[in-house]
Design a protein around this ligand. Structure first.
Ligand code: BES
Ligand code: ZN
Length: 630
């Protein structure tokens, strides 16, 4: 007789997915309806949507981008599917100015807006008639819209024309479009976007055409595949295009376009590399949009059109792993999507793992191992910071009361990818690759939970095997299981030896650093003790031209050391670094470091006072918490 394995038992006990206990109902959750008084616990806690009552299927968006008023005036025509007996549609709306709501015949529908929850915004409840199949909302965005950054001409590279871009992930699409803003509610969309005639619009969709109409240019787009709402994206500005390959190209401001095209020339190879592993690219084209420097992330995987920070352009393709990462999301994240934000590791852990497999194929094992070792180091540091028994270090955990944007740390990315690497090493690469390939095929264009994923693993490899590999520990427990595979990298050992010798006083010229690329130097600096004397900092700066290098990661590592050691000569470079770009991962540690000492505090406050206006709302929010609101 077969005994029930620990794996099966634990899976039963954890049947609520990541939600191990039901959330306490808050004020804002109190239902307004007599007809649907109970909010099922299985719903996405970060959305007001009640898709089990009525569900949005398609968005037809007609939008005018008004730069003079800094707002979007739009009509969102939502095609909906009602469940039998449904009487209302629940939409997410945050900081939206709702003008009116009507049905397919133009007849007004009654609606009301629930209380404004600080994280989720309002529940826009629309009363349905039994024949309502379109709910059409006319609205305007407001100044508070966190998904939007409006840039003045001065904040662009060209300096002549304004720019607008959106950032929907995780729960911000609702600040510019009223819809069911949950990653479990996939929709198709089409859009008509009117912009000033001198500008161009691009979206995470197929460009169907554009024409001039008076002072405006009208662009039309269509996304025929069902996507989660956080992947709807728009950018408007002086945007030019250059082809890279038959199905790839790059969009950027004209002044950035040549450098961008050269930097990302390998993208077609990267696509082929992933396709060999996990099956066809299913989105038609893959283009890259290089945004103005205030873009708050390194990259954002908007389907068909990855958004990328210009800080990834180093001039020597050394930072293109961000492209590998965003491209990998075309499978993990965009094709198979975390069902709720508690499953975020399914997006980012898979993607970090696949990113590494791409790097291995394109640049070889040595570089891939090095990159993996950076991730491991980040993970160990994160675990030390948070504490290994901190529930926040579990891959899958309830985050009902937290803003999902606050859980962007090394856990979902690097613990997630270490878990998948552990499976690969123990199950065999060939078998695991085959498993992933069918995982993407079978679940294409649908949502995934941690529980569904582990059930699939169990079906393929057996519960006993998963017990032996501590799979439930990996998924649901804090810390790091002891079967985490070591990341062996000779290069890393060599780097650490060199860093140790330098820290002890050996001159840089005497170290064997001849074949160091920028990646090795990043690791070298990270391997140094935090406390360094002025002479060593000056030697490093001189050798690598760190105060002026175009390589943002090199400069970032050096400036962290400079701040930690109150190194005055680097202050102008530091100031230039945090005012010339607004990528949150690159600016936050600078302000953090400065605020820690008397030496840095007034520098941080002085710089932030003038720089704040140029940062994205998300970066502002983060930095307000560090430097204080001016
Ligand atoms: N999807 C993420 C960015 C994101 C996550 C935005 C959560 C908002 C909420 C993107 O794919 C990402 O991970 N970007 C990284 C780069 C990557 C190479 C690790 C970034 O921007 O740092
Ligand atoms: Zn990612």
């Amino acid at each position: 007789m077969r005994t029930i394995s620990m794996f099966a038992l634990l899976s039963l006990a954890l049947s609520g997915g990541c939600a191990q206990s039901a959330p306490a109902p808050d004020e804002w959750q109190k239902p307004e309806s007599l007809f649907a008084p109970v909010r099922p616990a299985a719903l996405d806690p970060h959305s007001h949507a009640r898709p089990e009552l009525a569900r949005v299927r398609h968005l037809s968006w007609d939008a005018r981008v008004d730069f003079s008023r800094r707002r979007i005036e739009a009509v969102a025509d939502l095609t909906i599917a009602q469940s039998p007996g449904a009487t209302e549609l629940h939409l997410d709306a945050r900081d939206l100015d709702i003008r009116n709501v009507y049905d397919q015949a133009g007849i007004a529908l009654s609606y009301h807006l629930g209380p404004d929850h600080p994280m989720m915004g309002r529940d826009l409840v629309v009363r349905l008639r039994s024949d309502t199949d379109h709910v059409i909302v006319r609205y305007r965005t407001t100044e508070g819209a966190q998904a939007l950054q409006w840039l003045t001409p001065a904040q662009t590279v060209g300096k002549k024309l304004p720019y607008l871009f959106t950032q929907g992930q995780a729960i911000l699409t609702r600040t510019y479009i009223p819809l069911q803003d949950s990653p479990g509610v996939r929709i198709t969309y089409d859009a008509t976007v009117r912009v000033p005639k001198t500008l161009a619009a691009v979206m995470s969709a197929e460009h169907k055409g554009d024409r001039v109409d008076g002072d405006e240019r009208v662009f039309t787009f269509a996304m025929p595949e069902a996507i989660p709402p956080y992947l709807i994206a728009l950018a408007v500005g002086d945007i030019a295009f250059q082809e890279l390959g038959p199905r790839t190209g790059v969009y950027a401001e004209p002044g950035v376009l040549p450098a961008a095209a050269a930097e990302f020339a390998d993208v077609e190879n990267m696509m082929t590399a992933v396709e060999e592993l996990y099956g066809p690219y299913r989105w038609g084209r893959y283009d890259i949009l290089v945004l103005p420097p205030s873009f708050p992330f390194g990259g954002m995987e908007n389907p068909r059109l990855t958004f990328l920070s210009p800080t990834t352009i180093a001039g020597d393709k050394s930072l293109t792993s961000v492209v590998a990462h965003e491209l990998a999301h075309s499978w993990s994240g965009n094709l198979v999507t975390n069902a709720a934000w508690a499953d975020f590791w399914l997006n980012e852990g898979f993607t970090t793992y696949i990113e590494n497999r791409i790097l291995e194929k394109i640049y070889g094992k040595r570089r891939a191992k090095l990159v993996e070792s950076i991730g491991r180091r980040d993970l160990l540091e994160e675990l030390d910071d948070l504490g290994r028994d901190n529930p926040a270090t579990a891959l899958c955990r309830p985050i009902d009361d937290e803003n999902p944007d606050d859980s962007i740390n090394s856990i979902p990315y690097d613990k997630g990818s270490a878990f998948l690497r552990m499976l690969e090493v123990n199950l065999g690469r060939e078998k695991f690759d085959a498993f992933l390939r069918t995982y993407f095929d079978d679940n294409a264009f649908s949502s995934m939970t941690t529980k569904k994923f582990s059930a699939r693993l169990e079906k393929s490899f057996g519960a006993d095997k998963l017990d032996a590999l501590q799979v439930n520990s990996w998924l649901y427990r804090p810390g790091l299981p002891d079967n985490v595979p070591a990341v062996e990298s000779d290069t890393l050992t060599q780097i650490k030896t060199a860093a140790g010798a330098f820290a002890k006083g050996q001159p840089l010229a005497q170290l064997s650093t001849q074949d160091f690329s920028s990646l090795e130097w990043v690791l070298f600096m990270r391997a140094l003790p935090r406390s360094l004397d002025t002479q060593k900092l000056a030697a490093l700066d001189q050798k690598l031209q760190l105060s002026t290098t175009k390589n943002s990661e090199l400069r970032f590592e050096f400036l962290k050391l400079a701040v930690a050691n109150h190194y005055d000569p680097a202050v102008p470079s530091l100031e230039q670094f945090v005012t010339s770009q607004g990528r949150r991962r690159l600016v936050r540690p600078m302000y953090d470091g400065l605020m820690k000492s008397d030496w840095g505090r007034d520098k941080a406050q002085r710089i932030y006072r003038t720089a704040r206006a140029s940062y994205h709302p998300l970066t502002q929010e983060t930095l307000d918490g560090i430097v204080g609101e001016p």
